[in-house]
Design a protein around this ligand. Structure first.
Ligand SMILES: [Mg+2]
Length: 166
């Protein structure tokens, strides 16, 4: 079975739209890593994760991918704080009792946490995919607008089952 790593923010849940709008419009701050890290570190993650929408049936899609037996599925997610990691783990655990979840400190590349060679990463952030492919992995971009940025692109997670290299 191929290793398949799935990003959380902007792929499973839309944890992106509201924070970016809040920081930019309400706080009037620039969207940059410092401002976003500050926002995420002060956030009530437990409450936040209850309110944000699931993206394009991602939970059902992950179930379908697991049932296909084509992939060993793990969740690979950047976190700013321990609280964020804890609440993301609890969220995923509500739906999947036997899945690997790997929180990655924000300042560390996802490629430094797992074996990348030949492994697939589905991520909405092209920067992560660039690092991933440079480290010998296979990058698949998740984009609800199907903007590829040079990578194979999907807008629903179960489309991974139809990509040619699978
Ligand atoms: Mg993401």
């Amino acid at each position: 079975m191929k290793q398949l790593y799935i990003d959380f923010d902007g792929v499973i849940l839309d944890t992106i739209t509201y924070p970016y709008e809040y920081v930019e419009k309400k706080l009037g701050l620039e969207i940059n890593p410092e401002n976003m890290s500050k926002f995420y570190s002060e956030l009530d993650w437990k409450d936040f994760l209850k309110k944000v929408p699931v993206i394009n049936d991602s939970i059902d899609c992950i179930q379908k991918i697991i049932e296909s037996n084509l992939f060993e599925v793990s969740i690979l997610t950047h976190v700013t704080t321990l609280e964020e990691a804890i609440e993301k783990i609890k969220y995923i655990r509500k739906y999947f009792d036997d899945i690997t979840i790997i929180p990655v400190p924000r300042k560390i590349s996802k490629t430094k946490m797992v074996h990348t060679e030949g492994s697939i990463l589905i991520d909405d952030y092209a920067g992560n995919l660039k690092e991933w492919t440079e480290a010998g992995g296979i990058g698949v971009r998740f984009s609800p607008k199907l903007s590829s940025k040079g990578y194979p692109v999907i807008d629903r997670l179960d489309q991974i089952l139809e990509l040619e290299f699978v």
